[in-house]
Design a protein around this ligand. Structure first.
Ligand SMILES: NC(=O)c1ccc[n+]([C@@H]2O[C@H](COP(=O)([O-])OP(=O)(O)OC[C@H]3O[C@@H](n4cnc5c(N)ncnc54)[C@H](OP(=O)(O)O)[C@@H]3O)[C@@H](O)[C@H]2O)c1
Length: 235
């Protein structure tokens, strides 16, 4: 059977690296993308040594040319994309809150966490139309969930707002391409031990990646939803 082709953003570390590894172990051909070429190639080589069919491609989520170049190269090399995991994300709010956050921080956060995934989805959808079962998975957070208080007050304004917007993008995009064979879902990995999540987090990267991998390959049958631990959650 033909191998599925998956693109993972921010695959050089953390949850993205683990998603790439788990998809590779399931027999998927994985395009591991990262903004830093040296780090991206090094982590890709690690998975190649484990015998996985992984490839590296540079991708900076805030750079439109970089996003278009990825799509052009995928068209030339594979002609189809089955899975897109919009995993790359930043939380650079620091100790600022809504009263004193600077607009550059908000803009950079939105560009990385929302506008990048939007443009990347737009340019890859034509390639995903050739897939029998296209899946777009947006790695979001319960900090974007309105009914969970967006992570509370006193910080994380830009980050929380970006994840609420990513969930909104998920619903709107899912609806706008509902006549296609592509589904679009978002998920919360929980609080995970990564550079972003810190060593204090209770979850391993394996646990954090699980729902994203399931949404990318499993028997899901839903679109436009937000998931945690393989269950739909309201937000
Ligand atoms: N860890 C948690 O507890 C947690 C909880 C909820 C949601 N999440 C979400 O899960 C996703 C992965 O988080 P993580 O914990 O694995 O974070 P992480 O360890 O900080 O990794 C973030 C990844 O995103 C990449 N990235 C950031 N900005 C980028 C840009 N402009 N262009 C391309 N790549 C960029 C980073 O690349 P560099 O190495 O070049 O910086 C890195 O590969 C994020 O969307 C995050 O919001 C995490």
């Amino acid at each position: 059977m033909k191998r599925k082709i998956a693109i993972i953003t921010g695959a050089n570390r953390g949850i993205g690296f683990e998603i790439a590894k788990q998809l590779g172990k399931l027999g998927v051909t994985v395009i591991m993308t990262a903004r830093k070429e040296d780090q991206g190639r090094a982590t890709c080589d690690k998975l190649k040594k484990e015998g996985l069919d992984v490839h590296f491609h540079q991708l900076e989520m805030t750079n439109e040319s970089s996003i278009h170049k990825l799509a052009d190269d995928m068209q030339e090399q594979f002609g189809v994309v089955d899975i897109l995991v919009n995993n790359a994300g930043i939380n650079i709010d620091g100790n600022k809150d809504t009263t004193n956050i600077d607009l550059d921080t908000v803009r950079t956060t939105m560009e990385t966490n929302v506008y990048g995934p939007l443009l990347l989805s737009q340019v890859l959808i034509p390639l995903m139309q050739s897939s029998a079962d296209g899946r777009i998975v947006n790695v979001s957070s319960s900090m974007g969930a309105l009914n969970e208080g967006m992570g509370g007050y006193g910080g994380n304004f830009a980050y929380s707002m970006s994840k609420t917007a990513l969930n909104a993008l998920t619903i709107k995009l899912a609806g706008d391409i509902s006549s296609s064979r592509i589904t679009v879902n978002s998920m919360c990995p929980g609080w995970v031990r990564t550079d972003m999540g810190t060593a204090a987090a209770p979850r391993s990267v394996e646990q954090g990646a699980d729902t994203a991998v399931w949404l990318a390959t499993g028997d899901v049958g839903m679109t436009g939803k937000f998931f945690r631990d393989r269950e739909v959650i309201s937000w």
